[in-house]
Write a protein that binds this ligand. Structure first.
Ligand code: GLY
Length: 678
């Protein structure tokens, strides 16, 4: 049996031998495309090479790209567990030509690899072509020597591939594998095509066009090639199994799930183990790429994936949280090919555990409500939207989790009713928001929040990112553009800029756009989760709807992080020297200094001050490793003790207490460190 990791190697090696450069998978959060929720195909990182916006440094490339198809275009979330071949996370093997070879060579490479190197019988393969693409049909006949009946013309979008609503696209030709007549399903284009007998394994896209918003479509500068083959699907064929969940990688993950849950993978439980194994991969890779579970945007898709898996852990009857205990098995399977998994292991485990603990608080009561609300419903009935909304709002059940729970009973959910209940809640919240006191400004920010949702923060992992300009605000008014020397506020779809919160100053940095540049002097949070950049234009014009590249000033971020670390050291030293009654009352941290407010019934003596200073400096001089960890406030407080602080310092300089107000119990500290955490 060829192991999945060897198939990956064989694919990359085949194309390397044919002059392709092996490139690393790009992150799941695309940093070159604000229109895309997640990287959903191998071509995403090369988008600008196809459109001509960037000049390729090499004409051919090959990758094994991590992809997530959940939420947004190409979402497979609803299918996971119900078919043999769908995943929320999968690896896409792909070869790419940037204006170099086109259809002839793409078809020849694919056919040679499948039939010679992988040794598949050509009788098991079926080809589809776009109905107008006579050229591709002729090449297939010549190169593969297959009969006309093995080449099926398809007139639908299935054979016209597009990355998203905009971007490069073109007709495509797909290769299907026939798993034999014991499996139900018909060939592509037939009424039974959704069955599992004929499985698409490789899509060859003949990139010829670029789509723009509004429907305009233009020719690409040079026709190019983008292909995508599902690694798990081809592994199933080469390992002689029909179901992707029976390949080596999934068998090992399911074995870990069986061991940790103590429930055999049989009957209904098999389905739960499969969902758990699939969602473990998607959730872990998303967390490794900087996404954290939240109420909106990418974070909400992650939460939906995690909670769906956690409900299945609950169905298996595991008394304790399960998902975090499966992460080591995943790291064993995939950590060698994707080092980020190893590096983020601790953060993945903590995030999983915290989310599962949080969800378990309401999961049981939510399940009881769902059971009682559906006790009298039968196949074909509909659950009321109000109950689905209550499950979401009170018990943290995402809508698709409720739908998933009812699917096997054939019960639908009244989605319109659910949305109507959601709208009533939003309108009520809006009416009750006390606001900042400036009604005009509040209405503006609330309106933007409602129109665009929260800002996606990408800055834990990266200090740069490309995004779309959603709004430009000048002196409290929306404007469509701004020019040199103007000071404006900028709202973008996503940002790597930390916004002032929890007593930590916002990031500083710069913005580069189509024909200009700007300085970002500060970033603040408005209406809870909009990161708003305070910007002064240096040159050029910035336009609403345009793209912008955002760069955080790394040295300011570093010193701010160091200073943030210092607050934990000070807090612990205060508790050790003055007593454990000392609690933090507030803080202000920026790149240059910290202010730490604390409670203590009397003044601090000079001797105590000197002891505090010595203790903190001692830890600093240990110069231990710095790590970044995302924590819930309670966990952060708990962790803010010596052991954590010591781990989080990598600092070169001692600090000194500059001033202390005896009556207000405030100390002011200037620090000068070389590392730290946020
Ligand atoms: N970009 C090719 C595919 O996703 O199928």
């Amino acid at each position: 049996m060829t192991a999945l990791r060897d198939i990956r190697k064989q694919f990359l090696g085949f194309f390397e031998t044919n002059d392709h450069r092996i490139e690393k998978s790009s992150p799941l959060v695309p940093d070159n495309d604000p229109t895309l929720l997640f990287t959903n195909a191998g071509m995403v990182q090369f988008k600008n090479l196809f459109t001509g916006a960037e000049t390729p440094k090499f004409p051919r490339a090959v990758t094994s790209q991590k992809c997530v198809r959940a939420g947004g275009k190409h979402s497979d979330l609803d299918n996971v567990g119900y078919t043999a071949r769908h995943h929320t996370f999968f690896e896409m093997l792909g070869n790419f030509s940037f204006g170099d070879y086109f259809k002839d060579d793409a078809i020849k490479y694919a056919w040679d690899l499948l039939t010679k190197d992988f040794g598949l019988s050509k009788d098991k393969l079926l080809i589809t072509v776009y109905h107008t693409d006579d050229e591709a049909r002729a090449i297939w006949k010549k190169v593969a020597g297959v009969s006309d009946s093995q080449i099926i013309s398809i007139a639908t979008s299935d054979n016209f591939w597009a990355m998203g609503d905009t971007g490069p696209c073109g007709p495509c030709s797909e290769i299907f594998y026939d798993h034999g007549d014991k499996i139900p399903g018909g060939p592509p284009g037939s009424p039974d095509e959704d069955g599992d007998r004929f499985i698409e394994i490789w899509n060859l896209v003949f990139m010829q066009y670029e789509k723009f918003s509004g429907g305009k479509q233009t020719e690409l500068p040079k026709p190019s090639i983008d292909t995508g083959m599902g690694l798990e699907r081809v592994a199933a064929i080469l390992q002689g199994v029909h179901n992707n969940y029976d390949i080596d990688l999934f068998k090992n993950l399911i074995a870990a799930s069986v061991e940790e849950s103590n429930v055999k993978a049989q009957g209904e439980a098999m389905f739960s183990h499969r969902v758990i194994a699939d969602h473990l991969r998607a959730a872990s890779f998303l967390i490794a790429d900087g996404v954290s579970p939240s109420k909106e945007g990418r974070g909400y898709v992650l939460r939906r994936i995690m909670r769906r898996a956690m409900r299945h852990a609950h169905i298996l009857g595991t008394p304790e949280p399960l998902m975090h205990r499966l992460v080591p098995a995943l790291v064993t399977e995939m950590g060698d090919a994707f080092g980020e998994l190893k590096r983020a292991q601790e953060n993945i485990e903590t995030t999983m555990l915290e989310e599962e603990e949080r969800f378990r608080k309401t999961l049981g009561r939510g399940t009881a409500l769902l059971d009682s609300a559906t006790a009298n419903l039968k196949d074909g009935d509909t659950l009321s939207g109000n109950v689905a909304f209550k499950l979401y709002d009170t018990y943290g059940f995402p809508l698709d989790l409720t739908q998933d729970a009812l699917r096997s009973k054939g019960i639908d959910v009244d989605v319109d009713g659910y949305e109507a209940a959601m709208k009533i809640q939003k309108d009520t919240a809006r009416a009750h928001w006390s606001g900042s006191g400036d009604a005009g400004a509040d209405a503006l920010w609330l309106g933007l929040r409602e129109q665009f949702g929260p800002t996606e923060f990408t800055g834990y992992e990266r200090l740069t990112g490309e995004s779309q300009i959603l709004a430009i605000i000048k002196e409290g008014q929306l404007v469509s553009e701004a020019g040199p020397d103007e000071a404006v506020q900028l709202l973008t779809k996503s940002t790597p800029f930390y916004a002032e919160s929890g007593g930590q100053a916002g990031d500083k940095g710069s913005a580069v756009f189509e024909d200009g540049q700007a300085v970002i002097t500060d970033v603040k949070k408005f209406v809870g989760d909009l990161h708003v950049h305070m910007v002064t234009l240096a040159r050029g014009h910035i336009k609403q709807g345009g793209n912008v590249r955002l760069h955080v000033d790394p040295s300011n971020r570093r010193t701010t992080m160091s200073n943030h670390s210092a607050t934990h050291l000070v807090h612990e030293a205060l508790r050790r020297v003055l007593g454990t009654h000392v609690t933090q009352k507030g803080q202000m941290v920026d790149g240059e200094r910290i202010r730490f407010d604390f409670s203590h019934g009397k003044g601090v003596t000079a001797e105590e001050l000197s002891q505090i200073e010595t203790q903190v400096n001692q830890v600093i001089l240990d110069n231990s490793e710095a790590t970044t960890k995302l924590m819930a406030p309670d966990a952060a407080i708990e962790a803010g003790r010596w052991h954590c602080s010591a781990k989080n310092t990598a600092m070169k300089f001692a600090f000194s207490l500059l001033a202390m107000c005896q009556t207000e119990k405030i100390i002011l500290i200037r620090s000068n460190y070389a590392g730290g955490h946020m």
